[in-house]
Design a protein around this ligand. Structure first.
Ligand code: ACO
Ligand code: ZN
Length: 161
């Protein structure tokens, strides 16, 4: 648990899922049924974080693990995948997404043995791309028509030591 000026970043709890789903609906076009959130929680709870203030959840990050060929050299490895991260509009630009991502990345490395972390982001989502670049992620390649509306995704990745 980390405290930053009235905000607390902590591990998610199953009781947080309704609030997480509301934030997801309000902030992102990729929405999921409740079982999707529960399934990720059941499998990768250690990398599932929320940020709250005054008892209200205002941001979350959820991740999963997968195997694949490294984006940084030809070998098979375990990697973490940031599935979804969001902070409510009133609470942005205070470093909260940065903190959520850092905590979750640390957990993926330490608890799930991730060697790199990947994510997809809309090419037009400049705030998120800047955030990931600031954290050291690299643009790997474009995934054409990745989203349901035909938009392209930027695949980004970072290698862990
Ligand atoms: N414009 C430009 N750069 C930005 C912006 C912005 N609007 N927002 C963040 N950044 C960059 C800046 O470099 C910022 O550092 P600075 O404030 O010192 O300049 C840095 O990212 C860190 O920002 P944080 O304060 O940590 O990010 P925040 O808590 O505001 O959350 C987020 C960023 C998650 C992208 C938020 O805007 C959001 O919830 N957006 C809607 C949901 C979304 O797009 N999620 C990501 C989708 S991709 C995926 O989930 C895998
Ligand atoms: Zn993804």
């Amino acid at each position: 648990m980390t405290e930053l000026q009235g905000f607390v970043v902590r591990k998610a709890d199953p009781k947080d899922i309704p609030q997480i789903m509301r934030i997801n609906l309000e902030t992102l076009p990729e929405n999921y049924p409740e079982y999707f959130f529960r399934d990720i929680y059941d499998r990768y709870a250690k990398a599932f974080y929320v940020v709250e203030t005054q008892g209200k959840v205002i941001g979350y990050i959820m991740c999963r693990m997968e195997g694949g060929i490294s984006n940084f050299g030809l070998r098979w490895m375990r990697r973490g995948h940031i599935v979804s991260v969001a902070v409510l509009p009133d609470f942005r630009r205070q470093g909260l997404a940065t903190e959520l991502i850092k905590q979750s990345m640390k957990a993926m490395e330490k608890d799930y043995n991730a060697k790199e972390i990947i994510l997809e982001v809309r090419m037009t989502n400049i705030p998120a791309i800047q955030l990931y670049e600031k954290l050291g992620f690299h643009k790997i390649r474009i995934l054409r028509s990745y989203y349901r509306n035909g938009e392209d995704a930027q695949l980004m990745a970072i290698k862990l030591q």
